[in-house]
Design a protein around this ligand. Sequence first.
Ligand SMILES: NC(=O)c1ccc[n+]([C@@H]2O[C@H](COP(=O)([O-])OP(=O)(O)OC[C@H]3O[C@@H](n4cnc5c(N)ncnc54)[C@H](OP(=O)(O)O)[C@@H]3O)[C@@H](O)[C@H]2O)c1
Length: 331
Amino acid sequence: MEGYKPNIKRYGTIAYKRCGRSGLKLPLISLGLWHNFGGVDILENGREIIRYAFDNGITHFDLANNYGPPPGSAEENFGKILNLDLKPYRDELIISTKAGYWMWDGPYGEWGSRKYLISSLDQSLKRMGLDYVDIFYHHRPDPDTPLEETMMALDHVVRQGKALYVGVSNYSADETAEAVKILNQLGTPCLINQVKYSMFERWVEEQLLDTDEDNGIGLIAFSPLAQGLLTDKYLNGIPETSRAAKSWGFLNVSEVDAAIEKVKLLNQIAEVRGQSLAQMALAWILKDHRITSVLVGASSVKQLSENIDALDYLLFSSEELEEIGMILRGS
Ligand SMILES: NC(=O)c1ccc[n+]([C@@H]2O[C@H](COP(=O)([O-])OP(=O)(O)OC[C@H]3O[C@@H](n4cnc5c(N)ncnc54)[C@H](OP(=O)(O)O)[C@@H]3O)[C@@H](O)[C@H]2O)c1
């Protein structure tokens, strides 16, 4: 690929939304590097997707220490792509990483101790070739480490200048409220909550959406397409190159089989709306004013382009919402 010159009209496509009550705005669509950017993937494909994202106004790229496979390789590859293409635009990028899941052997390689979090962020910065990340997350709650210790580690990395903001991921509403309280006391407000939210995974609606809003923190929804289930990809079987067909990852053929009847019905509604199912699934999340951004994955530029076009039509009639609700409830 030749030298990269970003699209000069890159800020004309996507809207940006304030993250909670912070000063930071995020694009309505952000790109995650959990899959498709690891050592097992083709670097040039990932590079093309990232260039396309930036060219179309996606400023936010989400990583974690363990993304790959192998763990760490997505950060390494992202570092290479940054170096090749995006280094001059660092001030236009919001790069996040996380620590919480297993990353190295021994007692300090996972969960929520100060020892693990600070070492892990140092490793992530090295892999990506960065001086700082924009957002550092605690990736999952740790039942054994005092929350104060974990939050003090987040506060510490901000004071060190290694992260500009901090967030939590996979925390329940009560855990989030407690984390926010501690961080406020420390003087480093919590920016954002990263949680799984899609038509097929709606637990956040019970309490968390309100908790985040009440506390002035943003919510970024991960796996909004249920890892590809909420697209037209599996309508006629399991494509060979799909996530469900791969030997790594967390989407099983049995999950596809269990959901496919609902997917077919949802696809019919999307067709009537003049959208693809992927676009409708993203619009369905973004209709809620409490959502800051949807965090999509993509294995091709074509998928990402289709997903960005979801922003062309975000409205739902009450009849459509009712019909979708009935399908999801299986009634
Ligand atoms: N905090 C956490 O614990 C956590 C956990 C999981 C994810 N995340 C974050 O959320 C990001 C997104 O997660 P995700 O990858 O599961 O999101 P997703 O958007 O639900 O699924 C992405 C997958 O769906 C398929 N896809 C996407 N657009 C498509 C389209 N238009 N048509 C057909 N298929 C399409 C692709 O699958 P194929 O590869 O099969 O083509 C793609 O890899 C991750 O990268 C990560 O940053 C965070």
